[in-house]
Design a protein around this ligand. Structure first.
Ligand code: BTN
Length: 259
């Protein structure tokens, strides 16, 4: 029951103007990203959500696979943002997930730059952003969000050391419909504000788990290590290297070094 995803329940009492106004739901699909791309290429309304109870070929960033069984929230949102909004999307999606998990599950994850959510330093949520460009214009953007909600990570030994779930952390299962609905609400608030030039930079920065910590960062085939000093309003990471220099990394993947 808690794992059921029902578009009617999702749409009920949802006062959003666009996110979740159209919901396409699947019980099983390869990847919601692919379904969202097909919808976007047919000019589906902005804010259309593709949601699946289970994905069989779910993908993560950097060609990684993402395990997406029943009990994980898996959805993709279709957006048609202006080019200037693209950098801010790495703040909006994790913050919408962070706020909704905090409200619904009463546990507050932290952000690992750029847009992973961790609880006790294990991954609970991942975000994948795919932009389709036409010249210098954005044709469409698909925001994929995966949250480990009601999953027993002991059933997935291949990721159990690095991942966790809401139910493993709180001892309680939460309603997938409630969590998804709250995510739509938070995403619309954040996206609407961003369209008016108001970015949640401070909230994104202040919820970072890596600041002041030793990290390795892979970016464009190079691996850097240093202290994560700060993140900038353009979404980049400021990394202090061992020779004292400060570098600015626009895109990459950070890993915490635990000693
Ligand atoms: C990552 O952390 O590498 C990103 C994971 C993103 C997973 C989500 S689940 C919904 C959507 N469909 C996919 O195939 N991937 C994203």
């Amino acid at each position: 029951m808690l794992n059921s995803i029902d578009p009617k329940t999702l749409a009920s009492n949802l006062n959003n103007k666009f996110i979740g106004q159209k919901i396409i739901s699947y019980s099983k699909i390869t990847s919601t990203m692919d379904a969202a791309r097909i919808e976007a290429s047919k000019n589906t309304p902005e804010g259309t959500v593709i949601i699946a109870k289970e994905q069989t070929a779910s993908r993560g960033r950097k060609q990684r696979t993402w395990i997406s069984p029943v009990g994980s929230l898996a959805l993709s949102v279709v957006l048609y943002p202006d080019l200037r909004l693209l950098p801010s999307l790495i703040m909006l999606a994790p913050l919408a997930a962070l706020r909704s998990i905090t409200t619904v599950a009463k546990i507050k994850p932290k952000i690992k730059w750029p847009n992973d959510l961790l609880i006790r330093e294990k991954k609970v949520c991942g975000v994948l952003i795919e932009n389709q460009m036409r010249g210098t214009n954005v044709d469409y953007t698909i925001i994929g969000i995966g949250i480990n909600v009601n999953i027993n990570l002991a059933d997935f030994p291949e990721i159990s050391l690095i991942a966790t779930s809401i139910s493993d952390e709180t001892g309680k299962e939460v309603s997938m419909n409630k969590l998804a609905q709250q995510l739509f609400v938070e995403f619309e608030i954040l996206y609407s504000a961003a369209r008016q030039g108001i970015l949640p930079y401070e909230e994104w920065r202040d919820n970072m788990v890596i600041l002041g910590r030793e990290v390795t960062v892979s970016s464009e085939e190079v691996i850097y290590s240093g202290i994560a000093e700060s993140v900038a309003p353009d979404g980049s990471l400021l990394l202090r290297l061992s020779d004292g220099s400060l570098i600015n990394i626009l895109a990459g993947d950070a890993s915490l070094i635990t000693k």
